[in-house]
Design a protein around this ligand. Structure first.
Ligand SMILES: Nc1ncnc2c1ncn2[C@@H]1O[C@H](COP(=O)(O)OP(=O)(O)OP(=O)(O)O)[C@@H](O)[C@H]1O
Length: 228
């Protein structure tokens, strides 16, 4: 089995804003392996969400080479990307991405079902994340922190190989974040997942194997001395 989950070389991506062309990613390169957690830091507007959306196939690069699970993105059609997002790539957005008309338990079962899993560890995940009491509640009946933990449970229930997370502990208070973060990293290590975690939380970033900074459209090793 190939160890490299993501291989990006010289990726470029820009947006057209009216008559202006805004160049966001400029020659970005990245390699992410199984069992590795990589944090990406960078100021607002530096292109972190754009990068996540390139890696889960929601946006195509303008140029450059991107391989996910060894497959060239240029050869992957919409349907294949959708299948990867259902079965192998979990994306955790800041706002949780739970289905509002399903309870937490049903959200988890639904996500596991989409991934083709008959059985899932939903109840155990709820216990580990300390949100068993929310199982029969709808997303709008949860606090921001509970919603974020429920979204994490959904992501793990689909047993992905790659997790792309945008501030996975952003809605949690410090104490809860400190409790949830180890669960996140345990799951990554136990299951040898690859994780790319966009975060402003330096504690979370420091727990990762590597921290990269998105600066002027490319990733560079993060110099924490400059940021503290
Ligand atoms: N659909 C779009 N059309 C035009 N410009 C866009 C679009 N999406 C993003 N941009 C611009 O691209 C740049 C990068 O945006 P992106 O959302 O990737 O940054 P970010 O680092 O995730 O920011 P934040 O930390 O604030 O979420 C910004 O200048 C943004 O205004």
């Amino acid at each position: 089995m190939d160890d490299i989950l993501v291989q990006a070389r010289d990726l470029n991506r820009s947006y057209r804003n009216g008559r202006e062309q805004v160049s966001v990613l400029r020659g970005l390169s990245l390699e992410l392996r199984r069992g590795e957690a990589v944090a990406v830091v960078g100021p607002s507007g530096s292109g972190k969400s754009t990068l996540l959306n390139l890696l889960n196939g929601l946006l195509p690069p303008d140029s450059g080479e991107l391989r996910v699970f060894g497959m060239d993105q240029a050869q992957l059609g919409e349907a294949r990307w959708a299948e990867l997002r259902r079965t192998r790539i979990a994306t955790l957005f800041q706002d949780g991405n739970l289905i509002p008309t399903l309870t937490v338990a049903r959200n988890i079962a639904f996500r596991a079902g989409l991934a083709g899993l008959q059985e899932h560890a939903g109840q155990a995940l709820l216990e580990r994340l300390d949100i068993t009491a929310t199982a029969n509640r709808y997303p709008d009946q949860l606090s921001g922190g509970q919603r974020q933990r429920a979204a994490l449970a959904c992501a793990f229930a689909m047993e992905p190989e790659l997790i792309l997370a945008d501030e996975p502990t952003g809605s949690l208070d410090q104490a809860t974040a400190a409790r949830v973060a180890p669960l996140f990293f345990d799951a990554i290590r136990e299951r040898a997942l690859g994780a790319l975690i966009v975060t402003h939380n330096t504690e979370l970033a420091r727990r990762c194997d590597r921290v990269l900074e998105l600066r002027q459209g490319a990733l560079e090793p993060w110099d924490s001395a400059l940021s503290s």
